[in-house]
Design a binder for this molecule. Structure first.
Ligand code: C6P
Length: 410
């Protein structure tokens, strides 16, 4: 076990448990990571001692809750290097962040015949909201193709971006692990007058984010993949765009005045935060950010690249061409996600066999069906790593695959 993994594994009680009487090997971090005791304790402390609704009561608990929630916003603003704290909008998850952008931008920017450009490796969360808005406005969804090794076809992107109104692209693919050249894509979008929307759901847990360096217009991510709680996501947007577009959800707190004729909206960020927000979850997310920052993204990245290298070597030398790994072969171009097919074993069968060995992986289309079509498969198996995974766990994965090969005679 490396120094980093052995030091931090004690922080994650769930990593000490067994499933089917064998130690859990959790390799489904792309779907949701686990959370350390620090995050659990921060939320517990909030509920035990400080909880009240925010921005409403003038009483002590209301003030403490409001203070903690707004500090969480400041923490997130620092985390993504936002120029202003009011550019951070809390949402339920990444999916809601992209629905907000699509719905509000759609009503403001899009009309009949406009082009929305989406990459072929997007998660459904950054596809379906655009289809929905296209249906409402008469705009049309167009696709940035991929190269044969699962990267954005940059030449095609450069040709397609001019004339598009929206360019929506993931920073890291949840299937291929590909790390995309987002700054270059956003620069081209900006030069062409398109609004860029970055899906950072698989970036935020693994690599530092700087929205100013990326040059994007909107960026969204989700708390539960980065050691934070479920039920909290983040949308960052440029002030001028957030000011320009209409609100997403209507209700309490997002208004300034409501009368018998209509309403006016509250200033940013409250214009986009209708109803009672996920307060404890925002506090948990801020604690997760502190936790990740303390470990350091350099250390996290180094550990994941080492682990990915080990896994590539181990699986390809053990199984040769029985295993088909998707995405870039250069591990420096990918995050800790490994999607594969193993002989003709269905990924769901593989996941069940591995589960009996204690190994949790994901099988299926990973909410990326256009990408599955591009790859020419219905489904893949996917092992996704985080900084607490170890080489010993990769060996257990390889051993589980050997068992599956025996069972299926491949
Ligand atoms: N991907 C996976 O197993 P939510 O569900 O809103 O927190 O995150 C949505 C989302 C958006 N973009 C990307 C790139 C994602 O990977 C995800 C979530 C999980 O791959 C669950 S489908």
């Amino acid at each position: 076990m490396t120094d980093l993994a052995s030091r931090i594994r004690q922080d994650f009680p769930i990593l000490q448990r067994k499933v089917h009487n064998v130690p859990l090997v959790y390799l489904d971090n792309g779907a949701s990571s686990q959370r350390p005791v620090q995050v659990i304790a921060a939320m517990d402390e909030h509920y035990r001692m400080h909880h009240a609704n925010i921005h409403r009561g003038a009483h002590t608990l209301g003030e403490e809750s409001t203070q903690a929630y707004e500090s969480a916003r400041e923490k997130v603003a620092g985390f993504v290097n936002a120029p202003a704290t009011h550019e951070i909008i809390f949402t339920k998850n990444a999916t809601e962040a992209f629905n907000l952008v699509a719905s509000s931008c759609g009503r403001f920017f899009l009309s009949e015949g406009d082009r929305i450009l989406v990459s072929a490796m997007e998660h459904h969360a950054n596809i379906v909201p655009w289809f929905m808005v296209a249906e409402q406005t008469g705009a049309k969804v167009d696709w940035i193709p991929l190269t044969s090794d699962g990267q954005i076809d940059l030449e095609a992107a450069h040709a397609l971006i001019p004339g598009a109104k929206i360019v929506a692209c993931t920073a890291v693919s949840n299937v291929l692990g590909t790390i995309n050249p987002i700054a270059e894509i956003c620069a081209k979008a900006r030069e062409s007058g398109a609004v860029s929307v970055v899906d950072a759901a698989q970036l935020a847990p693994h690599l530092p984010i700087d929205v100013q360096a990326l040059g994007c217009d909107f960026l969204g991510f989700t708390g539960h993949k980065m050691c934070g709680p479920t039920g909290i996501g983040v949308l960052w947007g440029r002030t001028e765009l957030l000011d320009a577009i209409p609100p997403f959800l209507g209700g309490g707190e997002m208004i300034e005045i409501v009368d018998f004729e209509g309403f006016t909206t509250a200033p940013l960020p409250y214009k986009f935060e209708a109803g009672t927000m996920p307060i404890a979850e925002a506090i948990g997310l801020a604690t997760a950010i502190d936790y990740l920052t303390d470990i350091g993204f350099d250390a996290i990245r180094k550990h994941e690249v080492d682990l990915l290298g080990t896994t590539f070597d181990m699986l390809t030398s053990a199984f040769g061409d029985k295993i088909r790994i998707y995405g870039p072969q250069d591990i420096n171009r990918r995050s800790g996600i490994l999607s594969f097919n193993f002989g003709d074993i269905h990924p769901h069968d593989l996941a069940s066999i591995l589960d009996a060995e204690g190994v949790a992986i994901r099988a299926g289309h990973h909410c990326a069906q256009p990408l599955m079509r591009t790859l020419g498969v219905q489904a893949t198996a996917r092992a996704s790593f985080y900084f607490y995974n170890t080489k010993e766990e990769v060996e257990i994965l390889a051993h589980g695959l050997e068992k599956a090969a025996d069972i299926f005679g491949i």
